[in-house]
Design a protein around this ligand. Structure first.
Ligand SMILES: [Zn+2]
Length: 287
């Protein structure tokens, strides 16, 4: 026992000594170099051995780097509220044994014109937005989108969950009956009622609910490292809460439940709770 403990202490001291020695700045790379509003910037840290943790400060929020093999990765959202121009992202790191530092990278954000849409809904449909039930569904959706799976289940580009015409694009400013206004945070894909909806990537179902009055039948899949996908207005659910799903697996069927003008899938991708462009995710840049 004594020898074992002595050996353990010696190894620990050596480990601390080694860690104290390597406090070099990690190599930082990011892609794309000129993201557009609604894109995601993939930042990779290539540290020396013994990195304890790292985070990135961006737009007033702090985002964690998560380990993927020998690297540390972060999918940083360029939110719909971002302005064009150079923005600073500051990366902070800490090594085991105390070595720490920071570095600032400048990310040039390109503006996009998302356009405007005027939508006419019935008075009854419009009133649903202020239904007291909606608070509950927004809260449940928000808490699912807050989840950050520590394992990253996505690698390749996402699948389009449904083949069909894109009837409303991402990011446009939507006016309902010339009054209510919000940014359209997903993609509307028109498809016949009952068309299977496929998971865009591997993940775990973080919400499956058939009781929502505004969003209709809803599925959210947590893909890990802060990335979630949302599928709403479904006519049928094919998965349950906590279920592990595979890319391409049927998770529900297209419908017009909740407030919808006809059968379609509203498909959205969130990075750390910020809506980002689903078409960016179906055509990921080489990393
Ligand atoms: Zn939509």
């Amino acid at each position: 026992m004594r020898n074992g403990r002595g050996l353990f202490t010696a190894v620990l001291v050596m480990a601390l000594w080694a860690a104290a020695r390597v406090a070099a700045a990690p190599e930082i790379t990011f892609v794309p170099e000129n993201p557009r509003v609604g894109d995601v910037v993939f930042i990779t840290l290539r540290p020396e051995e013994g990195l304890l943790r790292a985070a990135c400060s961006w737009g007033g929020k702090s985002y964690p780097f998560l380990a993927t093999g020998d690297l540390f990765a972060l999918a940083l959202p360029v939110s719909l509220r971002s302005t064009s121009g150079a923005h600073r992202a500051t990366v902070y790191w800490k090594y085991i044994g105390g070595g720490m530092g920071k570095a600032t990278v400048s990310i040039q954000v390109e503006a996009r014109d998302f356009g405007v849409q005027h939508l006419q809904l019935s008075r009854k449909q419009e009133k649903t937005y202020s239904d007291p039930e909606v608070k509950r569904e927004r809260r449940l959706i928000a808490s699912a989108l807050d989840r950050v799976g520590q394992e990253r289940w996505w690698q390749e580009s996402f699948l389009m969950p449904v083949e069909g015409r894109i009837s409303t694009g991402f990011g446009l400013q939507r006016y309902i009956n010339n009054r209510l206004s919000y940014r359209h945070r997903g993609l509307d894909i028109a498809a016949p009622e009952g068309t299977p909806v496929r998971a865009a990537a591997d993940g775990v179902v973080s919400l499956a609910d058939d009781s929502f009055v505004l969003h209709g039948q809803t599925v959210i899949v947590d893909h890990g490292h802060g990335i979630s996908t949302l599928y709403i207005h479904l006519s049928q659910l094919a998965v349950g809460d906590g279920e592990r799903v595979r890319r391409g697996q049927t998770i529900g069927r297209v419908g017009a439940t909740g407030v919808a003008t006809g059968p379609h899938l509203h498909f959205a991708v969130y990075a750390y709770h910020e809506a980002v462009d689903p078409l960016f995710w179906t055509h990921l840049p080489a990393r």
